[in-house]
Write a protein that binds this ligand. Sequence first.
Ligand SMILES: Nc1ncnc2c1ncn2[C@@H]1O[C@H](COP(=O)(O)OP(=O)(O)OP(=O)(O)O)[C@@H](O)[C@H]1O
Ligand SMILES: [Mg+2]
Length: 223
Amino acid sequence: MSSPVIELDDVTKVYPLPAGDVVALNGISLSIDEGEFVAIMGPSGSGKSTLLNQIGCLDRPTSGNFFLDGKNIREMDDRELTDLRLSSIGYIFQKFNLIPLLSAYENVEYPYIMKYRKNDDTGRVRDLLALVGIDESLSTHKPNELSGGQQQRIAIARALVNDPAILLCDEPTGNLDTQTGAQIMEVLSDLHRKGRTVIMVTHESEIAAYAERTIVIRDGRVA
Ligand SMILES: Nc1ncnc2c1ncn2[C@@H]1O[C@H](COP(=O)(O)OP(=O)(O)OP(=O)(O)O)[C@@H](O)[C@H]1O
Ligand SMILES: [Mg+2]
């Protein structure tokens, strides 16, 4: 029996702006089971990234409750949330967010150092780079010396370095050509087969088809 790893109960997110409040999420209730592969779709501005940020504990809801592994994140302090983010959640950002001055290898190692306060001496970083198809000579390159697809692979390896149970991806193939996009989707599907919970925002129905279930968001609500 699978159990919900993510549960949102009437979650709202309001951005207060001088011109008036922006209601980005307007009463979202949903539940995602451990090991599910879910796509989130919806028009631009409908609240997809805001929703992913909530699930990724990058932000707290304005109202409503969000349970991760049965724990209400409202009851956690900033430190607990940071620990949770480092250990349980891998985040693949749409624009990669790699650190420009670090090599591919060092980018992947970075969250490991944040968590364990030491360099990786287990070979994990090297193995992950191999898993996403980055060979040793490329691992010394800086992000601006790599193609978009290679940068995306490094972002995936980085998201996996602390072995998170949940993988969040915001338009993982958004900037890639069709063939590279398909390769990235194979990597994500494989991680899902190995038991990870994968939640992915996408505009493309061909990409959403890799997931088991699609949640459509419109005007900050589940459509
Ligand atoms: N930091 C912010 N401050 C104020 N308003 C914001 C902020 N972030 C998002 N919004 C607004 O909240 C709404 C939802 O934005 P969000 O980024 O979640 O949309 P999205 O579905 O991811 O869109 P896209 O497909 O274009 O990436 C939009 O109206 C947006 O302008
Ligand atoms: Mg977005």
